[in-house]
Design a protein around this ligand. Structure first.
Ligand SMILES: Nc1ncnc2c1ncn2[C@@H]1O[C@H](COP(=O)(O)OP(=O)(O)OP(=O)(O)O)[C@@H](O)[C@H]1O
Length: 256
């Protein structure tokens, strides 16, 4: 059964007089992994920030699990939404274990439960707890820090996890490794809804069960990777797919 848990209904967002999202409607189902792909300034981050209430729409309605976001307590809402960004901002003076435990501590979990959860999460993101729990962020590579960012976002078992270009600053190999991790984590956790913003078409099509392609604040197409590739809905989508072909041609010339 599909159950829409994130719904945008004719959402409009403007900053001052600048309308960046004129009229956005979509639904995301429980347990889905949706990627949002688009060029710079297309409104991806703004959309994500409206999902967790960081930005309020100027018009229209957003429903989370059937409830109007405007009726929800935003602190509660954000606790239900893990957030992973490029600059994950681990606290430098806290160990990795303490960084992951920030929200559980705030919620006054017992220390034994926190310790257990930190171990579980480090194992989930493939960092050996015995080796990493007591290190400081500066003693980890960028890729390892992003793994901690993912662990921290999952700390209190939120039903939603939002990712905003989390791997943008990583080298290509580490990036692919982490994409595989995130995909595996989503598959291993039942019913968690992931929204992942990226401007990398390979990342979007590898991770997304459905891909939302945005351009100038509008959805050009929102469909499975297979549907998009076989039936690109607009000239913009065709052009985007064309960039992959251009890359393939570039590489092919070295093989011929
Ligand atoms: N706080 C703000 N004040 C004014 N304008 C903003 C603000 N945040 C975003 N914008 C504008 O809204 C538009 C959409 O920005 P947004 O960050 O959502 O794009 P994006 O698709 O995430 O781009 P990128 O891939 O570069 O991060 C841009 O034109 C941006 O300049």
């Amino acid at each position: 059964m599909t159950k829409p848990v994130i719904q945008f209904k004719h959402v409009q967002k403007q900053f001052g007089k600048n309308v960046v999202i004129p009229d956005l409607s979509f639904e995301i189902n429980q347990g889905e992994f949706v990627t949002i792909l688009g060029s710079s300034g297309s409104g991806k981050t703004t959309t994500l920030k409206m999902v967790n209430g960081l930005w309020k729409p100027n018009a229209g309605e957003i429903l989370i699990d059937g409830q109007k976001i405007s009726d929800l307590d935003l602190v509660q809402l954000r606790r239900h939404m893990g957030y992973v960004v490029q600059q994950i901002g681990l606290f430098p003076h806290m160990t990795i274990a303490e960084n992951i435990a920030v929200v559980p501590k705030m919620l006054q979990w017992e220390q034994s439960k926190i310790d257990q959860r930190v171990k579980e999460l480090l194992a989930l993101v493939q960092l050996d707890p015995a080796k990493y729990a007591n290190r400081y962020p500066s003693q980890l590579s960028g890729g390892q820090q992003q793994r901690v960012g993912v662990a921290r976002a999952l700390a209190v078992n939120p039903p939603y996890v939002l990712f905003d270009e989390p791997f943008g600053a990583l080298d290509a190999l580490t990036r692919i490794e982490l994409q595989k991790e995130v995909k595996r984590i989503h598959e291993s956790l039942a019913n968690k809804t992931f929204m992942f913003v990226t401007h990398d078409i390979n990342e979007a099509f590898f991770l997304g069960q459905r891909v939302m392609i945005m351009h100038e604040g509008r959805i050009e197409q929102f469909a499975t990777p297979g549907e998009i590739i076989s039936h690109p809905a607009t000239p913009f989508v065709k052009e985007l797919l064309g960039t992959v072909q251009q890359n393939q041609e570039l590489w092919r010339q070295y093989h011929d």
